[in-house]
Design a protein around this ligand. Structure first.
Ligand code: FES
Length: 140
């Protein structure tokens, strides 16, 4: 089995755009603004993983940061893996639902929208792109 190549950049306090190329990551710019807009997700860290790590009709949690789903073959989505109810890690992913084990909130695998409470806010979505079997997740 191919060795998993995964690059994680965590930038909790520095917002910026991040490019991930192969197994190395390069910061391309740094945001100089400290403006905050609670209506938008904070720019997140970036990660890459092999598309083979994400089962069709399910998904996988990446480093307790993202949940990457593949509801249909070749269709990938990425969301925060932190439940918007009380912050547990979502764990169980089916073709249509991402389920939080703490209080059973359910989120859509394609939009992150709440399908069942107690959570009322969707999972923040991240961009995910696929190239040559490699998925790249980037902040919004
Ligand atoms: S923390 Fe996820 S449902 Fe409560």
């Amino acid at each position: 089995m191919e060795t998993t190549r995964r690059t994680i950049i965590k930038s909790a306090s520095v917002a910026g755009s991040v490019a991930v190329v192969g197994s190395s990551a390069v910061l391309t710019s740094a945001c100089t603004s400290a403006e905050s807009d609670d209506s938008q997700a904070e720019p997140g860290p970036a990660a890459s993983l092999s598309s083979s790590e994400v089962p069709v009709g399910s998904g996988t949690v990446v480093d307790d940061t993202y949940v990457v789903t593949q509801p249909k073959e070749g269709e990938f989505h990425a969301f925060s893996s932190v439940c918007t109810h009380q912050g547990c890690q979502v764990r169980n992913v089916t073709e249509t639902e991402i389920v939080c084990p703490c209080h059973s909130s359910m989120f859509s695998t394609t939009t992150g929208e709440v399908l069942g409470g107690p959570a009322t806010e969707p999972l923040p979505e991240y961009s995910v792109s696929e190239s040559s079997g490699e998925l790249t997740i980037s902040g919004t």
